[in-house]
Design a protein around this ligand. Structure first.
Ligand SMILES: [Zn+2]
Ligand SMILES: [Zn+2]
Length: 463
């Protein structure tokens, strides 16, 4: 008998943390940070309900902070086991966890300076030193490797096609009497995301833990690349700048890949393209090392000697001065910066600069969680608050959702179709409540499977 307990990503898309007690081992699958509105972020400060020292392993689906960002805190609180993930995930985490620690430290400094913390002095959730300690515990594996957790249980990582290194984690216990397979979807990618492989097909799953970010939505753009060309043309004709908020890891690299390709095919001229996110730049270097994880198209181009992520006029902005320098370019340029939901990072400054001018265009390409500035922008609100000031949203807002790294509900149903047998349990997580409910209903209607939407800290015994 195994037991699964849901300690995050219940009723929300962030904070993925699931405890699995199996075959004498205590596992945590994903160790994510809660992100978004303050009441959700505050949960990162709650004591973890089970002592971290009692866990043997953390199994990590992918590097995004909502899946990995709590690891340094978990280590600080006593976790001393191994962290198993793919090689690319381990490398991306090295960059992302240090960056996350840096943000925590800066936030604490800022709170102390402004005196608005309840605690005095305000402390960071974790420090760079904690992140370093966590990084030392990573033990990467390759996709497809069998990794033995215990006598009767092995795990295997399958490509989930969501970001570089992202995986479904397949946990199989086999004895002479029983054979049981548990699958954690992490974030489920989609067919036809440039650079990435399609999500692997998985079969014979007994217990599935499935994300539901797009549980009630379909991606509407059928041809996002043509949409991108059209947006670039319209925005350049308008005579302003095109600003694209994008996650540093994944989306930024996809965009660069496409922009270079479109240039080469003569579909767009070579505009100056600024990438203003130090982490996106470090991630780019990791992407370039992992060509074997790319799809065939990208590999072929790379083998033909092409610098696949570097359009002709790419300008990489490392320092603050480089970043501020972009302000001088009032027209005819593309600015890509993070964070993707405009909650922090250098994009916030670019928004303050560019939103008031109707000549500029803001292109939104990612999921925008409730309560974020990004959501206010896609909802075409009149104003948005930045650094305490009310900024008018006069720039043209364009939205292309076809570059999403998450499968929509039809894509999820299609991926479930060849499962071969009816899973005993499907647990729906990682969605806003309406999205999770919609996904649960669709699976019940389509396949008549047993679907559960777990609540926080709820446990289930599974065979
Ligand atoms: Zn993700
Ligand atoms: Zn996620």
């Amino acid at each position: 008998m195994s037991k699964i307990t849901f300690f995050g990503a219940t009723g929300t898309v962030t904070g993925s943390r699931f405890q699995l007690e199996i075959d004498g081992k205590n596992l945590l699958i994903d160790c994510g940070m809660f992100q978004g509105p303050k009441e959700i972020r505050l949960k990162n400060w709650d004591e973890f309900p089970v002592s971290p020292a009692t866990f043997d392993f953390i199994l990590l689906t992918h590097a995004h902070i909502d899946h990995s960002g709590y690891i340094p805190k978990f280590v600080k609180e006593g976790f001393a086991g191994k962290i198993i993930c793919t090689h690319a995930t381990a490398e991306l985490c090295r960059v992302m966890l240090k960056d996350s620690a840096h943000i925590q430290e800066e936030d604490a400094k800022w709170a102390n300076k402004k005196g608005f913390s309840k605690h005095s002095p305000a402390l960071p959730l974790y420090t760079q030193e904690d992140a370093e300690k966590a990084i030392a515990l990573f033990q990467p594996v390759h996709y497809g490797d069998f990794f033995k957790l215990s006598e009767n249980t092995r795990i295997k990582f399958h490509d989930s096609g969501h970001i570089l290194g992202a995986a479904f984690i397949d946990i199989k216990t086999q004895t002479t009497h029983i054979s049981s397979k548990i699958l954690f979807s992490g974030d489920l990618g989609r067919p036809e995301i440039p650079v990435l492989n399609e999500p692997d097909q998985v079969y014979n799953v007994d217990h599935l833990i499935l994300e539901s970010t797009y549980g009630q939505r379909l991606h509407d753009s059928k041809d996002p690349i043509s949409d991108l060309v059209a947006v670039i043309k319209r925005s350049m004709d308008r005579g302003g700048a095109l600003v694209i908020p994008a996650f540093s890891v994944g989306r930024t690299q996809t965009l660069l890949y496409l922009l270079r390709l479109l240039e080469e095919e003569g579909k767009i001229p070579s505009y100056p393209i600024f990438v203003d996110s130090p982490m996106a730049i470090e991630a780019l270097e990791i992407f370039e090392k992992h060509i074997h994880d790319f799809d065939l198209n990208a590999r072929q181009q790379k083998m033909a000697g092409k610098d696949i992520f570097r359009p002709k006029n790419l300008q990489i902005c490392r320092s603050k001065e480089d970043s501020i320098g972009i302000n001088q370019h009032r027209s005819g340029c593309i600015i890509i910066s993070a964070s993707g939901m405009v909650t922090g990072g250098r994009i916030v400054h670019h928004m303050a600069q560019r939103l008031p001018d109707p000549k500029n265009t803001i292109l939104m390409i990612g999921y925008q969680a409730e309560g974020t500035r990004g959501r206010s922008i896609v909802d075409k609100k009149e104003t948005v608050k930045i650094h305490g000031k009310v900024i008018p949203i006069n720039a043209q807002i364009e939205i292309i959702d076809g570059f999403s790294g998450h499968a929509d509900y039809n894509e999820m149903l299609a991926w479930l179709m060849p499962f071969n047998k009816k899973p005993e349990n499907v647990f729906i997580v990682h969605g806003e409540p309406e999205a999770s409910q919609a996904m649960a209903d669709k699976i019940k209607q389509t396949y008549h499977w047993n679907v559960t939407i777990p609540k926080f800290a709820e446990s289930f015994d599974i065979d």
